[in-house]
Design a protein around this ligand. Structure first.
Ligand SMILES: *Cc1c(COP(=O)(O)O)cnc(C)c1O
Length: 452
């Protein structure tokens, strides 16, 4: 038998954008339906653009995250990060799943109360809490996460005046090996500020220190950073046990897990680059379990996961306004949605699918929004089949932050629908009208009339 000849394997780098063995296509099939509902019909009924949220995806993601942590650590509690998406219907899906509320302003606090979340299950974060808001939070027994010393002193004053023991945690910032460090919030671990604040609270005798909190960044791709953060919080908790013989009730590791979006400039797609909940859970739970707590004094692990919990559940449907050629010959497609409602296109390359059948032919294009602003770019480069006026698209992974950071600039904000677990559509926010904007305005008498 003739010996087969050895051929060494060749590893070839594939580049997106230029020709590779898959051709230049990034889209292979149109997305004509979302969970059984035709994109065309949704747009006909609710207008374009339109945000669509999948309840099924939210619940599945929540359960996956919960399972990842619960299989590794005995006491876990999630708190929904309101600022990530505080539509009431969305919050209530999380609350039905068992999630507490995590708020960063008085406005969000009030929203959580209106949703019916018990005060002691609303975590009050953020640097700006007014005296009135702090009073309400103290009255309701909400955990207040202290950001700075001025807040600590005010809470101390209020505790004396109200004859109530406020329940507090401190926010701790620290070096986790990820730079730039988020050191503008809370008290620093390395330089001793955090320990100082702890001593001030413990010796005040009128405030209950029930937890330690950190939120080390957002869209974090390194689970190891959470291991460092958890160890440092544990170290503080052990210090408190040693000096004051007091058990800290919870450690709150904040949010920040990366979603499956693709960061601009990332070589890999987000689906491949972002660690899963299992990896974050492994890093955090191992660090706490190894910290030396005796079994029945293990702290509750709180998590304020935002974007990783909801990004995939959100879609934006939109329509093509026009096509044109730029002076350099590139194709430009103008959409009816821009950075006004898709704020996250500043840092993500959102996946965009045509919503109708298309041919083999594709072309690199720039996708612009409808605003009269040069920065209104949805995608600088995207390889899509040519889209013509009135064609529709589906933008993926838009559930986090867009519906809270959107701005009312020269246009009205779109409607939002929720598709429930039986694929039924419910409208959860109305499309804005001129009326909804001008009703907040007031006209001084002398400006009421004019002659032209
Ligand atoms: C924004 C925020 C979160 C949620 O962050 P994600 O990166 O979306 O997970 C959690 N906790 C605090 C204090 C926050 O400010």
């Amino acid at each position: 038998m003739k010996k087969m000849q050895y051929e060494r394997p060749v590893i070839q780098r594939l580049n997106t954008g230029i020709m590779n063995k898959f051709g230049t296509r990034t889209e292979y099939a149109p997305v004509t339906h979302i969970e059984g509902n035709a994109v065309k019909e949704l747009i006909e009924k609710y207008g374009s653009p339109l945000f669509v949220i999948s309840e099924k995806t939210i619940r599945n993601t929540y359960r996956e995250a919960n399972r990842s942590f619960n299989t590794r650590y005995p006491k876990v509690q999630f708190a929904w990060s309101y600022k990530t998406n505080y539509l009431s219907a969305v919050c209530n899906v999380f609350h039905q799943e068992g999630s507490w509320a995590e708020v960063v302003s008085g406005f969000e606090y009030e929203k959580a109360i209106r949703h019916g979340v018990p005060g002691n299950k609303i975590i009050f974060n953020g640097p700006d809490k007014t005296e009135a808001e702090l009073r309400t939070a103290i009255e309701n027994g909400s955990p207040i996460h202290i950001d700075h010393l001025d807040e600590l002193y005010l809470i101390k004053e209020l505790s004396g005046e109200m004859k109530k023991r406020p329940k507090v945690a401190i926010r701790v910032n620290m070096d986790t090996g990820i730079y730039p460090m988020w050191d503008r919030f809370g008290f620093n671990y390395e330089n001793g500020q955090a320990w100082d604040a702890i001593n001030k609270i413990m010796l005040s005798n009128t405030i209950d220190l029930i937890g330690l909190h950190c939120h080390i960044g957002t869209f974090m791709l390194a689970p190891s950073a959470y291991a460092v953060a958890a160890s440092k919080l544990c170290d503080l908790a052990m210090g408190i046990k040693k000096k004051f013989n007091k058990n800290i009730h919870y450690l709150d590791l904040g949010g920040g897990f990366a979603s499956k979006n693709t960061l601009k400039g990332s070589y890999l797609q987000g689906v491949d680059a972002s660690p899963g909940f299992d990896q974050f859970a492994e890093a955090i739970s191992t660090a706490i379990l190894n910290a030396g707590f005796v079994e029945d004094e293990l702290p509750l692990l709180l998590l304020e996961t935002g974007r990783a919990m909801i990004d995939e559940a959100g879609y934006l449907l939109g329509t093509v306004i026009s096509n044109k050629r730029l002076s350099d010959g590139r194709r430009a497609t103008i959409m009816d949605f821009g950075v006004n409602i898709l704020f996250t296109s500043f840092w993500y390359d959102h996946k965009i699918s045509p919503a109708q059948e298309f041919s083999q032919y594709t072309e690199d294009a720039v996708l612009y929004g409808p605003l009269c602003m040069n920065i209104d770019v949805v995608r600088e480069h995207v390889t899509l089949p040519p889209l013509k006026r009135d064609d529709q698209v589906v933008v993926h992974t838009v559930g986090a932050y867009n519906m809270t950071q959107w701005m009312q600039f020269i246009a009205l904000r779109p409607a939002i629908v929720l598709i429930d677990c039986d694929d039924k559509v419910h409208q959860i926010r109305k499309r804005e009208t001129v009326e909804s904007i001008v009703k907040e305005e007031m006209m001084p008498d002398y400006l009421k009339s004019f002659k032209l």
